[in-house]
Design a protein around this ligand. Structure first.
Ligand SMILES: C[S@@+](CC[C@H](N)C(=O)[O-])C[C@H]1O[C@@H](n2cnc3c(N)ncnc32)[C@H](O)[C@@H]1O
Length: 263
């Protein structure tokens, strides 16, 4: 297990390449130390129902997946489901069109964690998955830039449930619905679910609406389809464009709205 306050024990369980990727830069380390403690608004982002999961049991016996697992010396259930390699097998799955896109979570996590808002210490990022699991990102974590390495990291996280570096938990995985995650937000947090079918708004209006408030933006981390979680279905939705946008485009705009509100 990768759970220890001591670096020595940590080294026993985390590969060198993983450590190198998770290391904070000196600037990030300073940021974490100088992070304001209280009395400031928090901007939470939940990438909901994200297409990030390990290969489900129904597909373990699929010949192409079994061959891939053998080649990588992993169990089939330890591989991340990826439609770029597993599409033929995936078509047997319920909601297959919503699944197998870890790149969406990767791109969105890079965008959020590298943002000015995160550098100012005010951003919280959660990736909720299609199977009701939640990845919590420490704001100081430096995730791999390269997709394959990100997938390796997520595979480790799905196995170990947490990734630590120098005694600090940088990534945590919990079984949790998006509804439970929303309930854990600070009281009076304004929750805004972003959806193309929602009430039309603009970034200017949004930034005014959220000024001086704790806010949580929820957006879908899937390639096609709509929200299925009952807790999200019943919440009002806001739309920032007449057209369907990619999750990362919407995330970039929502972060920009927060940055304007925070000026
Ligand atoms: C690629 S979209 C989801 C799939 C999309 N319904 C489709 O079938 O292509 C990912 C997420 O981006 C957000 N989104 C996309 N377009 C949006 C818009 N015009 N306004 C607000 N949010 C939007 C929503 O949160 C959505 O779940």
């Amino acid at each position: 297990m990768c759970r220890s306050n001591g670096m020595t024990a940590h080294k026993k369980v985390c590969s060198k390449s993983l450590q190198a990727h998770l290391q904070q830069t000196p600037a990030q380390a300073t940021l974490i130390k100088t992070r304001p403690a209280n009395n400031f608004v928090m901007y939470t982002f939940i990438l909901a129902e994200s297409a990030l999961e390990t290969v489900p049991k129904e597909l373990w016996g699929d010949a192409s997946i079994a061959a891939e697992a053998k080649r990588l010396k992993r169990k089939p259930g330890e591989l991340l489901l990826d439609s770029s390699r597993h599409l033929a097998a995936m078509r047997k799955l319920k909601d297959w069109h919503k699944r197998g896109r870890p790149d969406i979570a990767h791109f969105c996590a890079l965008l959020a964690l590298d943002s000015k808002l995160n550098q100012s210490g005010k951003l919280h990022l959660y990736v909720h998955t299609i199977n009701d699991r939640v990845v919590k990102f420490d704001p100081g974590v430096r995730i791999p830039r390269v997709y394959n390495r990100f997938c390796g990291l997520m595979q480790d996280l799905f196995r170990r449930k947490h990734i630590e570096y120098e005694g600090k938990t940088l990534l945590e995985l919990e079984d949790k619905t998006v509804g439970k995650l929303l309930k854990e937000l600070p009281k009076k947090t304004l929750v805004i679910v972003l959806d193309a079918s929602g009430e039309k708004t603009t970034l200017t209006k949004l930034s005014k609406k959220i000024k001086d408030k704790n806010v949580c933006f929820v957006l879908g981390g899937f390639p096609h389809g709509v929200f299925d979680s009952p807790e999200l279905k019943k919440l009002p939705k806001a739309s920032i464009s007449d057209i369907e946008l990619c999750a990362w485009t919407v995330l970039a705009d929502a972060i920009a709205a927060c940055e304007v509100a925070d000026e």
